[in-house]
Design a protein. Structure first.
Length: 391
């Protein structure tokens, strides 16, 4: 009997040795257990392109804090270019840039999800992986590096989903909020081109959607968030002539907002998608669970455009230290409701809607704008000197 027991134990140990360890499924987003309110509502506040350095503008900080106070969100989503990597040339300045706004969110006590943009790691002082670790130091952060919980080889950093449950005591998922890392520069298509969502991320999304739908016994609807807009935006637009009011140029043609754009939409610049396209929008359309894909990246734009079953949405910059008209800086509110799971409502509000316009604010805005330009000039000069002497 002892010999049989030893043999069985050996076989068990051998089996355990050859079977790969199961992936961790209890993600920070699962642990947060976000849920709809008693009336079925769930509110997301979307800030995009803070894009500042270690000295966060007081204008931006106040706007963020007052936004949270007024709109009382259940979740905050940052859609990339959270810091200006090109102005954060040291590890310390990159870390301080992140902490400058995360301390505001932490103090307000609202859960925060993030995706990265093309500028976050542009200075290359701190990788996106290490930036995510800084975000994770804050208890309000429910974002995470998918390599720890899904697949270490999945493209990008910060592709994940957030389940929103029926109640605090329930494990029934009512909504799923999808976060996609759209990368930085696309070295394959064009060194000067932006990157995009890749095939493995798309396949992961389709597989996870199928699991969620199977567990719920119905379609689990939601919204996708990413930095760089999908290529299909120019199909959704209408072509225009150069003389038409509101028309913007892109790759030799002119475009304008289509007639079905939501009220309040505006186009201040040409959107900048990647040249590459591995089928993200088609996958979202065919899977049928994404109500809208919400992006940032193009600071002077704010629109909602229904297209082929999925709304294409752009949120303007909320930051005061990168390009963009002061009058168009703002943020977006997205409202979901479990009583109407296949629909959503959204609106943008501007800085001027929330903050009192006065002489002091205008002076502060002018000083910030001038200082950041001076700072950028000296920053670029320092980079040039450093690269020259490092050769």
């Amino acid at each position: 009997m002892k010999k049989i027991a030893v043999v069985l134990l050996s076989l068990l140990l051998l089996a355990l040795a050859v079977v790969p360890a199961a992936a961790v499924t209890n993600t920070p987003a699962d642990t947060a257990h976000l849920h709809v309110r008693a009336d079925g509502s769930f509110r997301v506040l979307n800030f995009s392109d803070i894009q500042d350095d270690a000295m966060l503008s007081n204008l931006t900080a106040r706007f963020i804090e007052h936004s949270i106070e007024k709109y009382d969100p259940d979740l905050i989503v940052l859609t990339g270019d959270n810091i200006a990597g090109y102005r954060c040339l040291t590890k310390g300045s990159s870390e301080k840039a992140i902490r400058s706004f995360m301390e505001v969110f932490d103090r307000m006590g609202v859960p925060v999800a993030i995706v990265f943009g093309n500028h976050d790691d542009e200075g290359q002082a701190v990788s996106k992986e290490d930036q995510m670790k800084i975000y994770r130091e804050y208890g309000v952060t429910i974002a995470f590096d998918e390599a720890e919980y899904y697949d270490k080889d999945l493209a990008g950093v910060g592709t994940y989903y957030i389940p929103v449950y029926e109640s605090a005591a329930s494990n029934n998922v009512k909504f799923a909020l999808w976060m996609f890392d759209t990368g930085s520069d696309d070295a394959v298509e064009d060194a000067d081109n932006y990157d995009h969502v890749h095939t493995d991320q798309i396949e992961w999304y389709k597989a996870e959607s199928a699991k969620l739908n199977a567990a719920a016994g119905t379609t689990v609807y939601g919204v996708a968030f990413q930095h760089i807009i999908v290529n299909e935006i120019y199909t959704a637009f209408g072509e225009a002539s150069a003389r038409e009011e509101g028309a913007v140029p892109y790759l030799g043609k002119w475009y304008k907002l289509p007639a079905n754009a939501a009220a309040g939409s505006y186009l201040g610049e040409a959107p900048c998608p990647s040249y590459g396209n591995e089928g993200q929008f088609s996958a979202m359309r065919d899977t049928g669970n994404i109500l809208a894909t919400v992006c940032g990246h193009d600071h002077a734009n704010s629109f909602v455009i229904p297209y082929d079953g999925v709304d294409i949405v752009c949120t303007p910059t909320c930051g005061f230290c990168s390009y963009g008209d002061k009058a168009s800086r703002g943020a977006r509110v997205i409202d979901l409701n479990a009583n109407k799971p296949a629909s959503y409502e959204t609106f943008t509000y501007l800085y001027t809607d929330l903050e009192e316009e006065n002489t002091l604010v205008n002076i502060e805005y002018g000083v910030v704008a001038i200082w950041k330009q001076i700072y950028l000039i000296f920053n670029n000069l320092w980079v040039l000197i450093r690269e020259t002497f490092s050769r």
